[in-house]
Design a protein around this ligand. Sequence first.
Ligand SMILES: [Zn+2]
Length: 185
Amino acid sequence: MDLIRDLFNPTDVQNILSVPTSMSGGFDTPYWMGESHGFYTVKSGYRIAAGCRDRGGVRVWAGVWDFDILPKVPCNPLCVFCGVEPETMVHLFANCPFAKACWREVDLGWRLGDVASIEEWVEEMWDELPRTMIEMVVVVCWALWEARNNRVWNMHAVDSKSLVMHANIYVNNWRVARQQNIVSR
Ligand SMILES: [Zn+2]
């Protein structure tokens, strides 16, 4: 009881203490209030989030965002890999020297010059590469994004060789799973 009073405000303490407890005992289990079956669904989550927004939830979250204790995305507009160019999509995935080093590891047979836009880059790959290679491109892009986030959030750096090696393992495992019909096509 003291613990509850210590942790929550008076209104919440009253609400918590008014919850009837089971007379027969039993284990506690998590229950999602948004669905009658008690399991979380994206639909109900969205519905509740939209309801919060209508009741001024945005203001509350804007306030939370202002707290100094929460980690935030650093407002560094430069690419975390090279630290030279602005972090745009086309730079991060195609033009950055780190991205190029990764593509060289993949050994794709197309030119590694600078591309003007991400659309042009994707279109060119789509036209020229076989489907198996496009699968690899998608996974390497995803790995680049993950590597970027790991640098930003965990100060963890990965080299191009390991990034592509992990992407290769992922693609191979996925292909095996697909062949075994675990993953539907
Ligand atoms: Zn860069």
